[in-house]
Design a binder for this molecule. Structure first.
Ligand SMILES: [Zn+2]
Length: 422
């Protein structure tokens, strides 16, 4: 794996880079989206339809090793030849993350010094570093993250400290047990405690890893507190403290300087799904994001429709409150689409919009045909990849902050209009 930063937004930390992953046919530009998968394949897109997504930006697939826990044995997967052979996807890059924001959420109360606990479809599972690394060795992903003790935003400072101590120890254990090949991303945690996040980033910065996975987000923290938590690990800083010296009755000033995660290595985050959340992450210098937002939209029958390239245009008037949408997405279950013979987005080049109408997808949803979710996931993935392309272009042009403000304002106005109509 190779990574290099090519451009920074004017006066900010948003950055555009290039990531080269061994099995991908060409370099992938960042910030980019990892396609969320279940056991290695996108939730509703079959392997024969994967090439219809924009290449190479759809070639990074996120997989959770927890999906394979108690499934095929590590020996069997290893004998087959790992994930690429198992799934027959030789030109895709697999990123194994020790968490799945859809099915396998961390269960902090049951995590202990031995291993990390997760709520899974098969019940609660305690994963020890040794078991985790056996799975990683058999799956042979291109990139993998170390095991982490992720905690929600409301835990005590002491629990945050324990979380950081355990995670740092597990990084060392995972690295010692790591197989040859595959780039390791060290986990950075600390919950909602800024000091603990800084401590974790400082200690992680000197470890021998290829990149960083910023964990513990999307677990109850508010939008308002998130920038400070992100900056705690991506911005180096200094602070002056005054210490009152009783012996000589004078105050001494000490300067504390803390390091951030090194800029030359890629940063991955999970749990930021909404466009506004992704923009927060990009503004803080994050490069790779997961895509659970697409999964949730698709499952609800929603299709993304917001403008991709420019957000200065006059806002379109919501058609009526029975569209089930808010001007940025539409709900194709709504009866208004029963006779709508247009594609989801007229200018969209995706397979769904090139071949099918809203009326057809509405019909498929009404009769519970899985083809509805297949077509929606193709469109939503295509559209969200377009959003990432627009972000990258705005960074290269030095206009990321303008892009961000316009996008957020546009979405707010649409949501306000939709609320008035409802
Ligand atoms: Zn489309």
């Amino acid at each position: 794996m190779n990574f290099s930063v090519k451009a920074w937004s004017n006066g900010g930390r948003a950055r555009a880079g290039v990531l080269q992953v061994g099995s991908c046919p060409s370099p992938i530009e960042t910030p980019c989206l990892l396609l969320s998968t279940r056991k290695g394949l996108p939730h509703f897109i079959s392997p024969d339809l994967l090439p219809s997504l924009p290449s190479p930006h759809s070639h990074l697939l996120q997989v959770s090793p927890l999906h394979f826990f108690e499934a095929l044995s590590p020996n069997t997967i290893s004998t087959i030849g790992g994930l690429h052979q198992l799934l027959g996807l030789h030109e895709y890059g697999f990123v194994a993350v020790a968490r799945d924001s859809i099915q396998c959420l961390p269960e902090f109360n049951s995590t202990n010094r031995v291993g990390a606990s997760f709520e899974t479809p098969r019940g609660r599972a305690l994963i020890k570093p040794l078991e985790y690394m056996k799975l990683i060795s058999s799956l042979r992903p291109n990139i993998w993250t170390t095991l982490a003790d992720e905690v929600p935003a409301w835990v005590s400072d002491q629990r945050n400290k324990t979380s950081v101590d355990r995670t740092l120890r597990w990084i060392d254990e995972c690295v010692i047990l790591s197989p040859a090949g595959g780039a390791v991303f060290g986990a950075c945690v600390g919950g909602s405690n800024i000091e603990e996040r800084r401590r974790c980033a400082q200690e992680l910065a000197v470890k021998n890893v290829s990149g960083y996975w910023i964990g513990g987000f999307g677990l109850g923290e508010s939008m308002d507190e998130r920038p400070a938590l992100l900056n705690a690990v991506t911005v180096r800083g200094r602070q002056t403290f005054c210490i009152y010296e009783t012996t000589c009755a004078t105050s001494l000033q000490t300067l504390q300087i803390w390091k951030s995660l090194p800029e030359e290595k890629p940063r991955l985050i999970c749990g930021l799904g909404l466009p506004e959340e992704v923009l927060q992450g990009v503004a803080a210098g994050i490069d790779l994001f997961d895509s659970v937002y697409i999964y949730h939209l698709t499952l609800g029958g929603f299709a993304l429709t917001f403008l991709l390239d420019r957000f200065e245009e006059k806002l379109s008037k919501p058609r009526s409150n029975d569209t089930g949408g808010d001007g940025t997405k539409i709900n194709l279950r709504a009866t208004v689409y029963r006779k709508d013979t247009t594609p989801i987005v007229e200018s969209c080049k995706c397979y769904t919009c090139q071949n099918h109408t809203k009326a057809y997808i509405n019909h498929l949803l009404n009769v519970h045909e899985m083809l509805a979710q297949i077509l929606l996931e193709i469109h939503n993935t295509h559209h969200y990849l377009g959003f990432f392309r627009s972000m990258r272009e705005s960074i290269k042009e030095g206009k990321f902050e303008q892009f961000r403000q316009n996008f957020i304002q546009s979405r707010r106005d649409h949501l306000a209009k939709a609320t008035v109509c409802a």
